[in-house]
Design a protein around this ligand. Sequence first.
Ligand SMILES: [Zn+2]
Length: 128
Amino acid sequence: MTHPAYLSAAGSRARSRLTSMLQSRPMLRAGLVTMARSCGKKACKCAKGEKHVSLYLSLKVGRSRKMVYVPPALEEKVRTWAGDYREAAALWEKMLEEYLERFLKEKMTQQGSAPSRRRRSAPDARPV
Ligand SMILES: [Zn+2]
């Protein structure tokens, strides 16, 4: 009998990395968007087309999106936190995919040993 939380070697590596990230890395679930704007001052360089470029977090708040300005001093930190979130989310997905595959495999095994009349009695239930 395999361990209940058994994963393949690759899945196991994903889980270890994810666990260590969760213990040590702050994360931001946000998209990063660069926007160029003019400040409105007539004497400013942006009035001549050289716009101010700033980084924003694009956050999902309920059903809408919110843009949050990132001060230059925090840009690097925010990029790291958002990047770590994307990596952690991908690792999490990888683990979940493996568990889904395992469920589907176990389901096939179950169906293989089930009496065949069961299939005839439920014609609308199609295996995925
Ligand atoms: Zn300006």
